[in-house]
Design a protein around this ligand. Structure first.
Ligand SMILES: [Zn+2]
Length: 284
């Protein structure tokens, strides 16, 4: 069974609504094969965020999180979560790194000093702002706002090189954007998408379907564009992961059956996850 590769626990600055234990129990009850905890690691947080909420450290304590994961895995193996889970369910050690040019030196050091099963690379902040709040969109039309977000991904993923496994929520920006244009479509950025998808495909990296993005939020419901994945396949890409981006235990595995079928309908037969930074594929 496939994995939920994007989850936050109490170790994330915004993860207080769940615990590693509760979200693991939820993943087991939903029949998933495993769960990866990708707590937040953003070394750079824009100053403007302080206008909206208190600034806190957004880098989680890796040693504490991994110790907790080891202890949960030991309890699972001991049968505390059922015989089925004891046989095959895995809790994996992940990280969601927030890519930003200014944090490169700290990020580089951090990744060289720690070991993970899986490294998900995301963009949360750009141009000294947090797209969750308004200022990023000021003076930009949708095409500039979405395009510059994708460009930031491409630039920082190329810099990260072999220090990451998964491109996280490329579509995050659409969740909070103020435009009637709700979705990022391949046809709006074919050149940029080709460069991103080719880079991922050629380097054996995965693209994430972040199922949280496609929830209705403030009356907007972004749509996942099939053309992005069809093109990924044409360019030799194979690895697609499902991530719920859960911050509470109910969200774990959100709409995975639907998106597994979506992926299958495009001709992919397997879904990916990473263990000890090695690509694993599970038949859908
Ligand atoms: Zn994220």
């Amino acid at each position: 069974m496939y994995y939920d590769t994007h989850n936050h626990s109490q170790f994330s600055f915004d993860g207080a609504r769940t615990t590693l234990e509760k979200s693991t129990a939820s993943a087991i009850s939903k029949g998933l094969g495993g769960i990866c905890f990708t707590d937040h690691c953003d070394f750079y947080v824009p100053e403007m965020k302080a206008d909206f909420e208190p600034i806190v450290c957004e880098v989680f304590d890796v040693a504490a999180q991994q110790q907790e994961i080891d202890s949960i895995n030991a309890r699972i193996a001991g049968g505390e979560f059922g015989r089925e889970a004891a046989r095959k369910f895995k809790v994996l050690k992940g990280i969601e790194v927030g890519m930003e040019e200014k944090s490169r030196p700290e990020l580089e050091k951090h990744l060289s000093e720690n070991c993970f099963d899986q490294i998900t690379a995301s963009v949360h902040y750009l141009e000294d702002s947090d797209p969750y709040y308004g200022p990023y969109y000021k003076g930009k039309n949708w095409k500039e706002a979405y395009g510059r977000y994708l460009e930031a991904y491409l630039r920082e993923m190329k810099w990260l090189g072999d220090r990451f496994d998964i491109m996280g929520h490329f579509d995050y920006i659409t969740r909070y954007a103020p435009y009637p244009k709700e979705s990022i479509l391949y046809r709006d950025f074919p050149g940029l998408f080709d460069e991103i998808l080719r880079f991922l495909a050629e380097n054996g990296k995965a693209i994430e379907i972040n199922t949280k993005t496609y929830k209705t939020y403030r009356m907007r419901t972004p749509q996942l564009d099939r053309d992005i994945f069809i093109r990924f396949m044409e360019l030799g890409g194979e690895a697609i992961v499902l991530g719920s981006d859960s911050h509470d235990c109910e969200q774990v595995g959100y709409r995975f059956e639907y998106y597994a079928q979506f992926v299958k309908s495009l001709g992919f037969r397997r879904l990916a996850h990473f263990e000890n930074r090695k690509l694993k594929m599970v038949t859908i």
